[in-house]
Design a protein around this ligand. Structure first.
Ligand code: GLU
Length: 493
């Protein structure tokens, strides 16, 4: 029974493979990981798979993928070879050793009752309107424990006081204690027992976990005492609350499969940033942090005690901020990965235009799947194909053109515009020069009567980037072609 001998900080994330990992689990992992990294310590991923009935196939893979995606890497984990296993189901002999130690020291005994006997004891307590406590029925001469019966802990009946790093001084009386099961009749240990043994053997110095474990802490403390081992620091994390800021985050308000956030286009560093701030912040105004910043700034003192809100708008904002900080090449790759096939399959699709519109797209979106929304609204197609539109929409809504000859006059204006644009050298065909050249003419006849139809001829959209920007993106040839097409339309009867 050797404890890993080291003074370094060791933390762990200990999920049970019972389904999808949600944001709450990842936040727990993140705090444990940050604390280990900050202290040059060790972070362990331990799989707690002792409840075989609740196990869901594929969960371990999902847990690993989720952590990897968000950037949490573990030093020891289920795949670590040649050392102690970090999966509880492979550690059964270890728990057995500890169980025997407890039997020897009189702290554990085999539960002699059949299910029916237990049931009738329970019923009796119910009839007498008193809580059922197993410790009131301890057998005088328990059978020898042969592994076929549950092994129970002979709990001390006393008050426990302890200090939680975030919650301060806590206390619970004997009513919180009963003779709980250490090892079930199927040979697997309970969570209550296994994690104590594992944390000790793995040299864990800090346990980060949710507040639902506070009520079980007296059991854990009783076990540490009975085993004569020192306990790690207990760091209770604040709950994650839903949108209303009151109830714990439920399935409906966002506790979805963590990897869905990846598919939606949230950047891992944004997700990490966002999760770190649910329940902790380093003080000050700044809210955008890189992984390195978080490692540097993270501390236990500034973990909150009250619940932190899971606010999707904030997540979106943080994601947008991180998107803005990507390099141009990264932005291009990101946009390209979310552009739907509907766009990529257009005849006129080009990587060159995609590159040019990347900054516009990034400015408009919070996350990758917003690009799909933009496509649906027709905000992207026109970059790669001629827009189709009704020629009457080419007129500015407060147009100064007299209605009588409006088609003719508007087409003359646009012809003039074509001439002006044609005089600009190809190399100088950028938004500043285009604007400078067009401006005097637009000013002369009415800006709206030039800029609106120019923009509309290029995009066919009520809303789009300004005409100078569009012209620069399309280049001289395409810009002239689209405006000339508008002239043709205006001339058609
Ligand atoms: N297996 C436990 C759970 O998934 C771990 C709790 C702990 O961190 O100790 O809730």
């Amino acid at each position: 029974m050797e404890k890993e001998n080291s003074s370094k900080i060791v933390t762990r994330f200990a999920p049970s493979p019972t389904g999808f990992l949600h944001v709450g689990g990842i936040r727990t992992a993140l705090y444990a990981w940050l604390w280990a990294r900050k202290n040059n310590g060790q972070f362990i991923l331990r799989i707690e798979d002792t409840d075989k009935e609740r196990e869901v196939a594929g969960s371990i893979e999902h847990i690993k993928k989720s952590l990897e995606w968000v950037g949490i890497c573990w030093d020891k984990g289920p795949d670590t070879e040649g050392e102690i296993p970090y999966i509880q189901s492979k550690r059964l002999d270890i728990y057995k050793k500890y169980a025997e130690k407890l039997i020897e020291s009189g702290f554990a005994y085999a539960d002699p009752y059949t299910e029916e006997e237990l049931e009738s004891l329970r019923k009796k307590a119910e009839e007498e309107k008193r809580p059922f406590l197993f410790r009131d029925h301890r057998p005088e001469n328990p059978p020898v424990w042969d592994g076929t019966k549950p092994l129970r802990f002979k709990t001390p009946i006393k008050t426990f006081k302890w200090q939680d790093v975030t919650r301060g001084n806590l206390e619970a009386g004997p009513e919180a204690l009963d003779d709980f099961i250490l090892i079930k009749s199927d040979g697997y240990p309970t969570y209550n027992f296994a994690h104590i043994v594992d944390d000790y053997e793995m040299g864990v110095t800090h346990i980060m976990r949710a507040d639902e474990f506070i009520s079980s802490t007296p059991k854990f403390l009783a076990l540490y005492e009975a085993l004569g081992i020192e306990r790690p620091e207990l760091v209770t994390l604040p709950p994650i609350l839903g949108k209303d800021g009151k109830k714990k985050l439920g399935k409906r308000d966002g506790a979805k499969d963590f990897l869905e956030y990846k598919n939606d286009g949230y950047l891992p560093e944004a997700m990490m940033n966002f999760l770190a701030l649910i329940g902790w912040n380093p003080g000050g105004e700044e809210e955008i942090f890189t992984k390195e910043d978080l490692i540097k700034l993270f501390n236990l003192k500034q973990i909150h005690t009250s619940g932190g809100q899971f606010n999707t708008e904030k997540l979106d904002w943080i994601n947008h901020e991180h998107l803005k900080r990507l390099s141009l090449a990264q932005k291009e790759e990101y946009v390209l990965s979310f552009l739907p096939d509907e766009i990529k399959n257009l005849k006129g699709f080009s990587l060159d235009i995609t590159k040019k519109i990347t900054p516009i797209i990034i400015e408009r979106i919070k996350k990758g799947i917003d690009i799909i929304e933009m496509t649906k609204k027709g905000e992207l197609n026109y970059f790669f194909e001629n827009p189709s539109y009704d020629k009457d929409n080419l007129f500015f809504k407060s147009s100064k053109i007299p209605t009588q000859n409006k088609y003719q006059i508007q087409s003359e204006y646009l012809n003039k515009l074509v001439n002006i644009l044609n005089d600009i050298e190809e190399e100088s065909f950028n938004k500043d020069i285009i604007k400078e050249k067009i401006w005097p003419f637009a000013d002369e006849v009415g800006r709206g009567d030039i800029l609106w139809p120019m923009r509309y001829a290029l995009s066919g959209q009520e809303k789009s980037p300004d005409p100078f920007q569009l012209a620069e993106i399309f280049g001289k040839k395409e810009t002239l072609a689209r405006i000339s097409l508008a002239v043709e339309k205006l001339k058609m009867l």
